[in-house]
Design a protein around this ligand. Structure first.
Ligand SMILES: [Zn+2]
Length: 550
């Protein structure tokens, strides 16, 4: 029996909702299904601060433990299964000891032994014994870990006997992105149900979130989109939304206990030292039933247990919030809230524009909920870049419409049927020769025919946006105008900052392209009766001027 016989990705993983590269899915294991994104709390096989049974009662569907430590504690010939050992009925994932290799350099078991052992104890999800790259600048070493991990993957596939365990293919390469890409491609071509990105723990300990984002995306760009991806050793609630938005489905973390041991209280926006807390910003069972004084005065072991329970609750709550955001199509908004919890996290989203095509290719075309636009970081949203590209590459102008009337967004939606816009259209002589477009942040130009499509009509934007957004949106408008080359342009503007930017950019373009430009300045009340009369007068004057030669 080879792993190929049991491998049925389509049967094991089903995607239910998507947003950005994140998804809500269902992973089937022999001990039941897990809804993803899913965080496996990591538990010690024999010595647990919170029992796996309690973790399940809190609402966690699965846990992870270390197969190597289990083998050391119970011996290679143990008769009990891992579910019995842990007292946990749901799915149990086991790690093979790679983390111990990273920490201690080597372990006292080989690949074949660890595969046999994980099958013996009935792991639902198991990892082959790979060689973690860790955080190393040494390229030769990183290359060796990738070669060895791929070699071990083949060796593992040949020695796997059972058909029930879902096997994980680890992706190494560390911060060397080309190696991550190469390893991802190799693992993707092998029959693992789940792929996993290794070595992020040390990267995160150093707050190298920018590198982490690039590692994940190097991986995602080279694996099938319907494959579940596990991010090893990541589980702080403040970074889960970001990791999910990049396409990570599974997480494992012991951080709830590790932080608790150091008197650290987790929140979705960061970590607080217990001695710095005056109010408990949570209503889990621990926070509801204890005061700060109770927590501080508890004996160390009890305090650690209470903090662990709180930390587990916060992580679970965040996972649920992320799933809800995916279903609502608001994951981007959640990510941008979360990344503001640390400058290094915030910095990491500044590089997402490099991966626009990956996001556009995989995130949904249309959503149920509207889009909230706040600042220049939102320019990288797939919805924005997709619309801008669409108008230039796919949209074509109505025949004969060579005169552009460029208007600010009208007062009522849908814009195309706004009272003032309709009246203006009615007043035109030979209306087929005109084309109405709205200039709109962040889309640039919105042809009237597209003003009701998603996401334009569903975008909510603050009146006060930053200058980068204004410049970038004006650039998009100019790109549109350069592409369609109208003969004449009528521009109706107020004295707001955005409108002024539009005037200066359009004026320069028309000069360069020798297009006739008429600007109708209207102060604040751009949709007032006077302003519209003045625009109509300018359009009429055009008519008399152009009629004259006849
Ligand atoms: Zn709490």
């Amino acid at each position: 029996m080879t792993i190929t016989d049991s491998w049925k990705i389509k049967d094991a993983f089903e995607i239910k909702s998507k947003d950005l590269l994140g998804r809500v899915g269902r992973l089937r294991t022999k001990s039941g299904s897990i809804e993803t994104p899913c965080l496996f709390p990591v538990v010690h096989p024999t010595n647990q601060i919170v029992a796996p049974k309690e973790i399940r009662e809190m609402g966690y569907e699965a846990v992870m433990t270390n197969a190597y430590l289990t083998r050391r504690a119970f011996g290679p010939d143990v008769k009990k299964g891992i579910h019995e050992i842990l007292g946990f009925e749901g799915p149990v994932a086991t790690d093979s000891g790679a983390y111990q290799i990273l920490t201690y350099g080597d372990i006292e078991a080989n690949q074949a032994e660890m595969i046999e052992f994980q099958e013996r104890i009935g792991s639902d999800i198991a990892v082959i014994l790979d060689i973690p790259t860790g955080l190393t600048a040494n390229r030769r070493y990183a290359e060796r870990t990738v070669e060895e991990t791929v070699r071990r993957a083949d060796q593992a596939i040949a020695s796997i006997k059972g058909r029930e365990t879902l096997w994980v293919g680890p992706i190494q390469g560390g911060i060397h992105l080309d190696l991550v890409a190469q390893c991802a491609e190799e693992m993707n071509s092998r029959h693992f149900t789940i792929l996993a990105l290794g070595s992020p723990t040390q990267v995160m300990e150093q707050y190298m979130y920018k590198e982490l984002v690039q590692m994940i995306l190097a991986c995602k760009a080279n694996i099938q989109s319907n494959r579940p991806l596990h991010l090893f050793g990541a589980g702080h609630p403040s970074m889960l939304a970001l990791a999910v938005s990049l396409g990570c489905d599974l997480f494992d973390s012991a951080s709830y206990a590790l932080y608790a041991r150091r008197n650290r209280y987790l929140t979705s926006s960061g970590t607080i030292r217990l001695e710095d807390i005056e109010y408990l910003p949570c209503s889990c069972s621990v926070c509801n039933n204890s005061s700060i004084k109770d927590l501080v005065d508890s004996p160390p072991q009890e305090r650690m247990r209470k903090l662990s329970i709180h930390n587990l609750n916060v992580c679970l709550e965040e996972i649920r919030r992320i799933k809800q955001s995916i279903v609502e199509g608001r994951l981007w908004e959640l990510v941008l809230q979360r990344v503001r919890s640390h400058p290094k996290l915030y910095e990491s989203v500044n590089i997402l524009w490099k991966y626009r095509s990956l996001f556009e290719g995989q995130s949904p075309i249309s959503k149920k909920k509207g889009l909230f636009f706040f600042d220049y970081l939102d320019l990288d949203r797939p919805e924005v870049t997709r619309f801008r590209q669409y108008v230039v590459k796919r949209y074509s102008l109505p025949d004969e419409s060579r005169v552009l009337i460029l208007l600010p967004p009208p007062l009522t939606k849908p814009w195309g049927t706004d009272k003032n816009v309709k009246e203006l259209l009615r007043s035109l002589d030979k209306p087929e020769s005109y084309h109405v477009c709205f200039y709109k942040i962040p889309y640039g130009a919105v042809p009237i025919e597209l003003s009701e499509v998603y996401p334009v009509a569903q975008t909510e934007i603050s009146r006060h946006v930053d200058i980068t957004t204004i410049s970038d949106s004006a650039e998009a408008l100019i790109e549109y105008m350069r592409h369609f080359k109208y003969n004449e342009v009528f521009l109706h503007v107020s004295d707001e900052v955005w409108d002024k930017k539009v005037v200066s950019k359009v004026r320069r373009l028309c000069r360069e392209e020798h297009q006739k430009l008429v600007v109708s300045y209207q102060g604040q009340d751009v949709w007032g009766v006077k302003a519209l009369q003045s625009l109509s007068a300018l359009l009429k004057r055009r008519r008399t001027v152009t009629k004259k030669p006849k």
